[in-house]
Design a protein around this ligand. Structure first.
Ligand code: FAD
Length: 116
């Protein structure tokens, strides 16, 4: 029998959103065009207005205001999202993620090939 599909709770929404954001950063160009930079900035700035968890959105807006997005290229953007995510991890009492491992986690997969 099919299991009932429930609406996402805060954690499921968060995992899905981080998956999208980190993956978008992992595939962002090394040398983005001015239009791509503008579009990425628009995406980031839309989150505090539209993310459907009010207190999450509010804190994320404060974080963006404190640390302006680095949309200069893939490496800088990936690091910027990693740092913002780590701020949420810290707030929730989770261990910090090692930002040097961002590409392995979101683009390349582990060296042992277990994700190939
Ligand atoms: P998640 O934190 O969702 O992470 C998913 C995976 O990403 C992890 O398994 C890990 O492999 C990887 N990862 C972890 N940290 C990093 C990092 N720094 N860089 C790259 N990859 C990483 N929840 C709240 O309860 N309160 C909030 O205020 C809140 N604010 C949020 C704001 C935003 C913008 C978003 C997108 C989510 C927010 N969340 C908030 C949700 C919260 O961040 C988590 O998504 C949720 O708690 C589920 O956590 P998780 O442990 O399953 O993994």
């Amino acid at each position: 029998p099919l299991r009932t599909q429930c609406p996402p709770d805060k954690d499921q929404l968060g995992r899905a959103t981080w998956t999208f954001l980190h993956t978008a950063a992992a595939y962002y160009p090394t040398q983005p065009t001015p239009a791509q930079r503008t579009q990425m900035l628009a995406l980031i700035h839309a989150l505090p207005a539209l993310y459907p968890c009010n207190h999450c959105a509010e804190d994320f807006g404060a974080s963006v205001a404190q640390s302006p997005p680095d949309v200069s290229g893939r490496a800088g953007l990936s690091r910027w999202f990693c740092e913002r995510h780590n701020e949420v991890n810290e707030k929730l009492g989770k261990v910090a993620f090692d930002c040097a491992k961002t590409d392995e986690r979101w683009k390349e997969g582990p060296k042992d090939g277990s994700c190939d």
